[in-house]
Design a protein around this ligand. Structure first.
Ligand code: SAM
Length: 235
């Protein structure tokens, strides 16, 4: 935990917060923080800064806050991600949140197992928890928005055109395609496929919407590795 991330309900007033549960335990037992110690803190959706522990006992920690700093700028990216298997989804969400992706669209595609949509990892509270862990890691306070699309074609034909105007549209797809561009200074919509990749029909439908297929070389990367490699190149 590189940032103590507070929710509105943790605040007693604009400069004081009371921690119980996971964050209290983490501060006390993992970070061994005690009265008088300083740490970095932020308010979900708000400013970041410093906190000083002003009182601590077995069950709670009270802190004084000085929050004056803006969170880091988000990546100018909308990500379309074929729904990964549940264990990978949890890691990917945390990872994307850490990397500064704020707009995540999880998508059904031909090679996504339908049963993945029943996973408890897709419950709003689980998604929220993974995103918070990612923000704490990165030192950021702005929660990504996660949208679920259980049908590929209606999403791509009906919803996608309204989302992607004025962005550069790329789909990562191994094969004989141009190399993924580097160091872009513009908003991007990026599509990343499932473990089995996109099928031809899906690539064609995305191309109809103005997407260009790009590749990262001959090595086939796991989804979460591909995400990092793609974002590092693009931005
Ligand atoms: N067998 C699949 C294929 O050939 O498409 C591999 C899928 S890969 C495990 C999952 C996703 O990561 C791909 O659909 C693609 O979006 C991205 N990816 C992985 N390696 C890539 C590469 N070398 N170039 C472009 N995209 C890649």
């Amino acid at each position: 935990m590189n940032l103590l991330l507070l929710q509105q309900e943790d605040l007693l007033d604009s400069h004081t917060a009371l921690l119980t549960g996971r964050q209290h335990q983490h501060l006390k037992t993992v970070h061994k923080k005690t009265t008088g110690d300083q740490l970095k803190a932020g308010l979900v959706g708000g400013l970041m800064g410093s906190a000083e522990i002003i009182e601590q006992n077995e069950t709670r920690t009270r802190i004084h806050l000085q929050l004056e700093q803006s969170p880091p700028p988000p990546l100018p990216l909308r990500l379309l991600l074929a729904l990964p298997r549940p264990r990978m989804l949890a890691r990917s969400l945390e990872h994307l949140s850490t990397l500064g992706v704020k707009d995540i669209h999880l998508l059904q595609t031909a090679r996504v197992e339908k049963s993945y949509w029943q996973s408890p990892e897709l419950k709003p509270e689980k998604i929220h928890q993974h995103l918070l862990l990612g923000l704490e890691q990165a030192r950021d306070t702005l929660l990504p928005r996660v949208h679920l699309h259980t049908r590929f074609r209606p999403f791509v034909e009906d919803e996608l055109p309204g989302l992607i105007c004025d962005t550069r549209k790329l789909v990562a797809h191994p094969g004989n395609y141009p190399q993924c561009p580097r160091g872009l200074n513009e908003a991007v919509t990026l599509a990343i496929g499932p473990e089995g990749g996109f099928v031809d029909y899906e690539i064609e439908k995305l191309q109809e919407q103005g997407f260009t297929a790009v590749q990262l070389g001959p090595r086939i990367l796991r989804v979460e590795t591909a995400v990092t490699a793609l974002l590092a190149r693009l931005f």
